[in-house]
Design a protein around this ligand. Structure first.
Ligand SMILES: *Cc1c(COP(=O)(O)O)cnc(C)c1O
Length: 379
């Protein structure tokens, strides 16, 4: 049935599904290593505290705090911890979204809608930028990364901006990038800094707690920079959908104008504040994940020359079957399928596999399943 009132271009889109490539839905028990969450649920006492707050303090009949005042202040304190004493982030520098996905959409609405301009992404990268832009009818300009280092090809990116039919209003960069796990280089940062004030630079630091590299200080001194962060990864709150942006107050006000009025449920605000209060305990898992990452990287490297694995600054690894070994794309698909059948669910994207670092037991299974899958897919 056709619905003639819809915008015709919607027919070409499919609704986002994080596990879209899986054909093995019938497996009940599997290691979920395709969405880069932390493998550990919240500690039980924290969940009990949230339950207590729900019973005693949160009124279900009332709208949530629509200004997110106390959460913003707590986030500002947390962000400031990683900065030198001279740079302070205040609540005025913070906006909070229903996941950083909502903030990405707010940025697109504020900067590009109504034919005001296009966006630039460097593939392979987080798919949500282009998906959200397209649903809003915003043109997406794609530039490619170096196939070995995944760094931007800066002259090509400059040229793409110069030749864009609509001015590039937003450049999206992940730091470190997903799926390729590399942090921005000094040359890339210099290039971003020289972009004109008519272009907004978005630095998505979803994996900051793993990389410990941040551009917040930079973003405080430029009116055209914003840093995005999330509680969905190291803070273990993916179920609660809390993301935030850090930028100059003028940009924050603009983003607040276009967001939905009560975008963050009371429970999400409460648990995000609790998580910040208990951050030492929650982030104590980060070193374990980083050392597991090292172990798994080294173990994959000794599996043989069939797989290339890249160094990672985040909580996931990126690997590709070596080209030259027959049909790389075919081998990739078959690796992905075999892994899924054995119960290791990873993400196939950008011509490679992105594998989240899980618990030590999960990572051991990842390695064992990779070995078997490689044996089965050997050309
Ligand atoms: C996981 C992730 C996010 C988080 O999105 P939320 O909507 O906050 O869950 C944002 N950006 C990147 C690059 C990610 O990988």
């Amino acid at each position: 049935m056709s619905l003639p009132y819809l915008r015709p271009e919607l027919a070409a889109f499919t609704a986002y599904s994080p596990h879209a490539e899986d054909s093995q839905g019938e497996l009940r028990e599997f290691d979920q290593l395709d969405t880069n969450e932390c493998p550990y649920d919240l500690p039980v006492p924290l969940k009990e505290k949230l339950a207590w707050l729900y019973q005693q303090e949160i009124r279900a009949n009332r709208y949530p705090d629509g200004s997110h005042g106390s959460l913003k202040a707590a986030i500002a304190d947390y962000v400031s911890e990683a900065l030198t004493a001279q740079t302070a982030v205040t609540a005025d520098h913070i906006t909070v979204g229903n996941g950083s996905d909502e903030l990405i959409r707010s940025i697109l609405i504020a900067a590009c809608l109504g034919n005001h301009g296009s966006v630039l992404v460097a593939n392979p990268t987080f798919s949500m930028y282009a998906i959200l832009a397209k649903t809003l009818g915003i043109p997406v300009i794609v530039t490619e990364r170096d196939p070995e280092t995944f760094a931007l090809d800066l002259p090509t990116a400059t040229q793409a901006i110069a030749e864009a039919s609509q001015p590039v209003r937003v450049v999206f960069m992940v730091h470190p990038n997903s799926p390729t796990a590399n942090a921005l280089t000094a040359a890339e940062l210099d290039w971003l800094k020289q972009l004109p004030e008519t272009t907004l630079v978005v630095i998505d630091e979803a994996y900051f707690e793993f990389s410990q590299q941040t551009t917040v200080a930079e973003c405080l001194s430029h009116s055209n920079w914003i840093v995005l962060r999330t509680f969905s990864k190291a803070f273990r709150l993916a179920a609660h959908r809390v993301g935030y942006g850090i930028a100059c107050p003028e940009l924050i006000w603009a983003l607040e104008k276009v967001r939905l009025p009560y975008n963050l449920p009371s429970l999400s605000q409460a648990i995000a504040r609790l998580a910040l209060d208990h951050r030492q305990e929650l982030l104590a898992r980060v070193p374990e994940i980083l050392s597991e990452r090292q172990l798994l990287t080294a173990a994959i490297q000794v599996l043989g020359a069939n797989l290339q694995v890249w160094p990672s600054q985040a909580n996931f690894l990126y690997l590709r079957p070596q080209v030259g070994n027959g049909d790389a794309q075919h081998q990739l698909q078959s690796l992905h399928r075999h892994l899924a059948r054995m119960g290791t669910r990873v993400r196939q994207t950008g011509g490679g596999l992105r594998i989240t670092i899980g618990t030590p037991a999960e990572n051991q299974r990842t390695l064992a399943h990779l070995k078997s899958a490689l044996a089965m897919t050997a050309p």
